[in-house]
Design a protein around this ligand. Structure first.
Ligand code: NZQ
Ligand code: ZN
Length: 394
């Protein structure tokens, strides 16, 4: 068994890390940057202006494109590609969370594309990206780990399909992580981020096949830290320590470290099922995950209750005994209670949606690529299984 572990992103973490952008682009001999950002937080905080001043001081030309929304849209990606071609852009700088970074990754694939073809092709799996222009990140929200991950997830308004591309070309060139920039993140987004970071480790932890003890133990340590830090950040949004723990854990959770030595890369069914929810209902990704995970966990637990029990022993001090299934179910209850304690939904009702039978069929059909793929590895899910999990999550 071989695991690939490739994390080329040059990370700078600490106070004022964002002030390094101009210097780094200058060392890269970058001429003109597209600054990509979201719906306003970077403008309101003054961060965008500070970054532009820094680029000016380093004589890096720049243009900007804001307006990325959560569950980023392919229409803005197309605009970003067009604008960047017109302006001879040779690098992209993201200022934001996962949505901005993912949108930038898509622009970076499109700009690199010698065929100058349709960027959505990459997300439909019709073509694979052959490269990406250099991409730097100033992270403002700890959640997705996109600042180091190989993944980009984009929503196509035509049919409301949310699809991801995984390629090493997606890993950003550099990431500037200043925990202070996340002090203004709302309690809701702080909780969503906490769940998402946890889930990137949990998805990997629940796999079928061999494990490596060191990775299992790092997983438990990471999960514990994130749970504590999430609670602390909610109580004290300006806690540097809590925000720094969330920020670094977010990157580590999704950069590949958490599946080293595992036979497969993880389960990922909860994520795929969630992407259909946020594609169709435009809900926050982290909230969608916490609404689905308990139903997924109870549906699959009998495949390997020992794995759940191991998690419960590490995270909740559940004492190992003769009844592994009891321990496993208690672990799921405790995890659900944790999600509730940080005001995250644990079912679809609490998420604010009420899908009909037809909606559920549609969600499962989309998640299964119209019966062309199965999901998961801990338990391999058929389209019917997917429907059942959505139903049990109601
Ligand atoms: O747009 P602005 O005004 O910046 O506001 C954002 C947005 O409303 C706000 N925000 C960000 N930084 C802030 C802030 N508000 C105050 N202060 C700050 N410092 O937070 C809101 C949510 O932002 P978004 O970027 O959408 O959140 P997140 O980072 O959770 O990204 C979610 C997207 O990433 C995808 C998700 O599916 C979803 O589309 N994912 C990407 C992954 C990847 N590329 O590796 C992995 C994940 O599993 C996930 O699928
Ligand atoms: Zn996620």
């Amino acid at each position: 068994m071989i695991t690939e572990y490739y994390t080329p992103t040059h990370v700078y973490i600490g106070e004022k890390a964002e002030t390094l952008a101009g210097k780094i682009f200058s060392e890269m001999k970058t001429k003109k940057v597209l600054i990509h950002y979201g719906s306003g937080s970077a403008v309101k905080s003054g961060l965008l202006d500070r970054v532009k001043k820094d680029l000016d001081e380093h004589k890096i030309l720049h243009i900007e494109l804001g307006g990325v929304v959560p569950n980023p849209r392919v229409s803005l990606v197309r605009e970003g590609i067009r604008l960047s071609r017109e302006n001879n852009i040779d690098a992209i700088l993201s200022i934001g969370g996962g949505s901005v970074i993912d949108s930038s990754k898509a622009i970076a694939y499109g700009l690199y594309d010698k065929e100058m073809g349709e960027v959505w092709d990459f997300y439909e799996g019709k073509r694979v990206p052959e490269g990406a222009v250099p991409h730097g990140v100033i992270l403002t929200l700890s959640a997705t780990g996109s600042e180091m991950s190989d993944s980009s997830v984009i929503t196509n308004e035509d049919g409301w399909l949310k699809r991801g591309v995984n390629t090493n070309f997606g890993r950003p060139t550099f990431a500037l992580l200043n925990p202070e920039l996340t002090y203004t993140v709302s309690p809701y987004q702080t909780s969503c981020g906490t769940v998402d970071i946890m889930m990137h480790t949990l998805e990997r932890f629940f796999h079928k096949g061999d494990s490596l003890e060191v990775t299992d133990r790092i997983a438990i340590a990471l999960l514990k830290t994130v749970m504590d830090a999430g609670v602390k950040a909610l109580k004290k949004p300006n806690s540097y320590e809590a925000r720094a723990n969330l920020m670094w854990a977010g990157a580590l959770s999704h950069n590949g470290l958490m599946n080293v030595g595992y036979e497969v890369r993880g389960d990922w069914a909860s994520h795929q099922l969630e992407h259909e929810l946020s594609g169709k209902y435009d809900v926050a990704h982290g909230a969608g995950l916490s609404a689905l995970w308990p139903a997924w966990a109870r549906y699959v637990v009998k495949e390997n209750p020992r794995r759940f029990a191991l998690l419960g022993e590490g995270l909740f001090n559940i004492q190992p005994g003769a009844d592994t299934m009891k321990e496993a179910l208690e672990t799921i209850d405790k995890m659900e209670a944790f999600f509730k304690s940080i005001d995250m939904p644990t079912n679809l009702r609490e998420l604010g949606i009420n899908p009909s039978e037809d909606d559920i069929k549609e969600l499962a059909e989309k998640a299964s690529f119209y019966n062309k793929r199965k999901l998961g590895s801990f338990k391999v899910l058929s389209t019917l299984d997917m429907e059942n999990i959505y139903k049990e999550a109601r």
